[in-house]
Design a protein around this ligand. Structure first.
Ligand code: IVH
Length: 670
C-alpha cells in the first residue's frame, strides 16, 4: 500500500512538533503547550504509524519507548577511550595545575572552559548520518555496555540531528534530577520496594535495566560535555567552548552554568560561585571541571595514562558525619592481609548509608587511636570507600576497648605474621585459608583477569564452603549437577556458568599472569612480563636476576614472582590449568609485529584524541615506519582523527586503508 502524500507530510510535521516540544520541556524547561495538547499530537502520530507501519522510522518519537527487553547487554568498544579526570582537592592543587599548563604552553593567563562536574553516569551517543545509532556506558573506559534502547527513552537526548557530519559521538552524563529522585523514592516506598541511596545510584540502576520500559518509567536526563570520534565535516572548532555551543545549537542539553574563565583567580571564583549555587541546582554535582579552552593547547598537552593533562576536576570537600564504632572486625584479603574494619552505627554521609569503614591496618588504628565504643567522624566522597577521619575524644566512654590484631587468622585459625618492614599482618596459610582461597578465585575470574561472567562473591562462597573448589584450576572441573544443586542456581544458571568458564580458556598471556594473583603484579606488570617472556614456562623458570631485566620490574616485584613460582603448590595450580585446557592466545613474533609497521608508509590527518601528531609520528618511526605528508597510491595507512579533511576523501578514493587512533595503537602494540 502506498502512503498518501498528505499522510507522509503530516507524519513528518508531527514528529518535528513533538520533538520540538520535548526540547522545550526537557531541555529548555519551558513547555510551550499543555500536556493534553502534547498527548493529542502524540496519539495522532501513533495512530498514523499504526495505519502505515512502513512510515515508522527509528528516529520517530514513538520509538523512544516500548523496545523489547534483552537478556544481556552487548559490549561496545569505544572508538576513542572514555577517560577519567585527575582531581584537585584544594586551591593549591588548582594553582599547581595552572602552573603546569602555563609551562607546557609557554603562556600566562590561560583561558579555561569551566563546567559543573555532573554526578551521574558517563555515556557515549553515536550518531550515524545524524541518527542516534548507538549509545553506550563508559564501562572501564575502553569497553562499555550497549544501552541504546534505554538511552532512547531519555527525552532530552535528540534522536536525530539537523546538521551533522557522517559520524558523531557525543559524550556526556546521564542524571536523575533531584526532584525526580525524590518522586521515584516516594513511589518505591508506597510499593514497598527498596529506595535508592542517591540520584546517581537511581540513574545507574535505571539505565542498566534489561527492560527499556522500566528505564522509560524513570525520568532520566542528559547533559553533554564533549565530543568523541567524528567523521566527515564538522565546523573548524578552535575552542572547547565552541564545541559546547555547537552541541547546544544541535539541541543537546549543555550546563547553563558553564563559563569561560581566566587563570587561577578565574577558576577559583568560578568554583566558589558554583559551590554557592550547588544546593539550588536541580541535579547533583560533586565539583567543577576546568578544561584548557584552546583545542590546540589541549592537543599539545595530551594525556598521561588514563587522564588528560589539559583538564582537572576540582572536587567539593567530602562530606563528614558522626557515628559510633560498634565493633572492629578483621577481614582477610587475597594475599592474607588482615584488614581491620570498623562496624558503624548506620549513618547517612556523602549520599549513602555507611555501616562499615576500612581502618587500613593495625598501625592506622593506633595512630588514630580508634576504640570500640568511640564516636568517630566518618567521611565519604563520591565512589571512595568510607573512612574514619578521627575520634571525637570528648565522647569516649570509660569502657572503650582498644584494638589488637589477632594472633590467629579469624577465618582459618593459622598463625598471623607481620614482617618487620611491612604495615600489614598476614595469615600465613596461603590458599589453605578459605578466605584467601575465595579472594584468589574471585580475582582469577574478575573482569580484567579471566573475565568469567556470573562468578560472583555469593557463588564463590558456596563453592569454597562446599569444598567444590580449592584453587582456580578446580573451576574447570566443576560437576554440572553439583553446581545446579547450589542455592539460587538450577540447571540453566549452572549451564551458563560452565559456558562462561569454558569461554575463558583462551586468555592472553598477560591476563593469565595477572589472574594468578601474584603479589605486586598488577595488570601493567603482567603485560610487561608477557611481552618479555612470551610464554608462561619461561616466566616460571626465570630467577630474580632474569626478572629484573624486565622494564619496570624491580627487586621487590622480582622477589614476589620468584617466590610465587618457587611454591610447589602454585606450580601445581598452573599445571592443572594447562591440563584443563587453558591455553594462552598466540602472540605475534617480534619480527611479525615489527613488520606490521616497519617499512610501511603512514599519513596522518585530523586531530587525534590522545596524541599529538608529533607523538604519533615518533611512535610510528620508532617501529620503523615512515610518515608522509600526502596520500598517494604508495600510502599503506591513513590515520584519521577528528575533522580529517580532504586527505580522508582521497584515501577513500584510492582505497587506502584508514585507521583511527585506536587502530594505530593496536598496530603499534602488536
Ligand atoms: S570531561 C577526558 N566534563 O567525570 C575528559 N567529565 O572523572 C573527559 N564528568 O567519567 C571528561 N562532569 O563522566 C567531563 N563537565 C564534565 C563532567 C565530566 C562529569 C565525569 C565523566 C567522567 C568523569 C571523569
Amino acid at each position: 500500500m502506498t502512503v498518501p502524500h498528505n499522510v507522509a507530510v503530516r507524519v513528518r510535521a508531527l514528529r518535528e512538533q513533538i520533538e520540538r516540544h520535548n526540547y522545550n520541556y526537557y531541555v529548555l524547561d519551558r513547555p510551550a503547550i499543555s500536556d493534553a495538547e502534547y498527548d493529542r499530537l502524540f496519539r495522532e502520530l501513533e495512530q498514523l504509524e499504526a495505519r502505515h507501519p512502513e512510515l515508522v522510522t527509528p528516529d520517530s518519537p514513538t520509538q523512544r519507548v516500548g523496545a523489547a527487553p534483552v537478556s544481556e547487554f552487548e559490549e561496545v568498544v569505544h572508538r576513542t577511550p572514555m577517560l577519567s579526570l585527575n582531581n584537585a582537592f584544594d586551591d593549591d592543587e588548582v594553582a599547581a595545575f595552572d602552573r603546569r599548563v602555563g609551562e607546557a604552553l609557554k603562556a600566562g593567563d590561560i583561558e579555561y572552559a569551566a563546567e559543573p562536574k555532573f554526578d551521574g553516569l558517563a555515556v557515549s551517543l553515536t550518531y550515524e548520518d545524524g541518527v542516534l545509532g548507538k549509545g553506550a556506558t563508559r564501562g572501564d573506559g575502553y569497553t562499555g555496555e550497549e544501552v541504546t534502547a534505554n538511552l532512547r527513552t531519555i527525552r532530552a537526548i535528540p534522536l536525530r540531528l539537523d546538521r551533522h557530519p557522517a559520524l558523531l559521538e557525543v559524550r556526556g552524563e546521564v542524571l536523575m534530577l533531584k526532584h525526580e529522585f525524590e518522586e521515584l523514592n516516594r513511589q518505591q516506598r508506597t510499593r514497598g520496594e527498596k529506595e535508592f541511596a542517591n540520584p546517581r545510584n537511581a540513574a545507574a540502576g535505571s539505565l542498566r535495566q534489561l527492560d527499556p520500559r522500566i528505564t522509560a518509567s524513570r525520568r532520566l536526563t542528559f547533559f553533554a560535555y564533549g565530543l568523541g570520534a567524528a567523521e566527515g565535516r564538522l565546523p573548524a572548532f578552535k575552542k572547547h567552548s565552541e564545541v559546547l555551543d555547537y552541541l547546544e545549537a544541535n539541541r543537546f542539553p549543555v550546563a547553563r552554568e558553564r563559563r569561560v574563565v581566566k587563570g587561577v583567580d578565574g577558576m577559583l571564583a568560578y568554583y566558589r560561585s558554583v559551590g554557592e549555587k550547588r544546593e539550588r541546582l536541580p541535579y547533583d554535582i560533586d565539583g567543577v571541571v576546568y578544561k584548557v579552552n584552546e583545542l590546540a593547547g589541549q592537543e599539545k598537552l595530551g594525556f598521561v595514562a588514563r587522564a588528560p593533562r589539559f583538564a582537572i576536576a576540582h572536587k567539593f570537600p567530602a562530606e563528614e558525619a558522626a557515628s559510633e564504632v560498634l565493633a572492629i572486625d578483621v577481614q582477610v584479603g587475597r594475599t592474607g592481609a588482615l584488614t581491620p574494619v570498623a562496624r558503624l552505627r548506620p549513618v547517612f554521609v556523602g549520599g549513602v548509608t555507611v555501616t562499615n569503614a576500612t581502618l587500613h591496618n593495625e598501625d592506622e588504628v593506633h595512630r588514630k587511636d580508634i576504640r570500640v565504643g568511640d564516636t568517630v567522624m566518618v567521611r565519604r566522597a563520591g565512589d571512595v570507600i568510607p573512612e574514619v577521619v578521627r575520634v571525637v575524644n570528648e565522647n569516649r566512654p570509660p569502657h572503650a576497648r582498644r584494638f589488637v590484631i589477632p594472633a590467629k587468622c579469624p577465618v582459618c585459625g593459622s598463625a598471623v605474621r607481620r614482617l618487620e618492614h611491612e604495615a600489614v599482618a598476614r595469615c600465613t596459610a596461603g590458599l589453605y585459608c578459605p578466605a584467601q582461597r575465595k579472594q584468589a578465585v574471585l580475582h582469577f575470574a574478575s573482569r580484567r583477569a579471566m573475565d568469567i561472567e556470573g562468578l560472583g562473591e555469593k557463588l564463590v562462597d558456596q563453592l569454597v564452603d562446599h569444598g567444590m573448589i580449592e584453587t582456580p584450576a578446580d573451576l574447570y572441573r566443576l560437576d554440572p549437577d553439583a553446581l545446579a544443586d547450589l542455592e539460587r542456581m538450577g540447571d540453566k544458571s549452572a549451564a551458563n556458568l560452565l559456558a562462561a568458564i569454558g569461554a575463558s580458556k583462551r586468555p592472553t598471556l598477560a591476563r593469565l599472569i595477572y589472574a594468578l594473583g601474584i603479589r605486586n603484579v598488577g595488570e601493567s606488570t603482567a603485560r610487561d612480563l608477557a611481552e618479555h617472556f612470551r610464554g608462561l614456562e619461561r616466566l616460571m623458570e626465570a630467577d630474580e636476576k632474569a626478572l629484573v631485566q624486565v622494564p619496570d620490574v624491580g627487586p621487590v616485584v622480582a622477589q614476589s614472582i620468584a617466590q610465587f613460582f618457587g611454591e610447589p603448590h602454585n606450580r601445581r595450580v598452573v599445571r592443572e590449568l594447562l591440563q584443563a585446557g587453558v591455553r594462552t592466545a598466540p602472540m605475534l613474533s617480534r619480527a611479525a609485529a615489527a613488520a606490521a609497521v616497519a617499512e610501511k608508509t603512514f599519513v596522518l590527518t585530523g586531530t587525534l584524541p590522545h596524541m599529538t601528531r608529533d607523538e604519533a609520528k615518533a611512535r610510528i618511526e620508532a617501529r620503523g615506519g615512515r610518515v608522509a605528508g600526502s596520500i598517494s597510491k604508495k600510502t599503506d595507512y591513513l590515520v584519521a582523527g577528528t575533522d580529517p579533511g580532504a586527505k580522508y576523501d582521497k584515501a577513500r578514493a584510492l582505497g587506502v586503508k584508514t585507521l583511527d587512533e585506536a587502530g594505530l595503537l593496536k598496530l603499534l602494540e602488536q
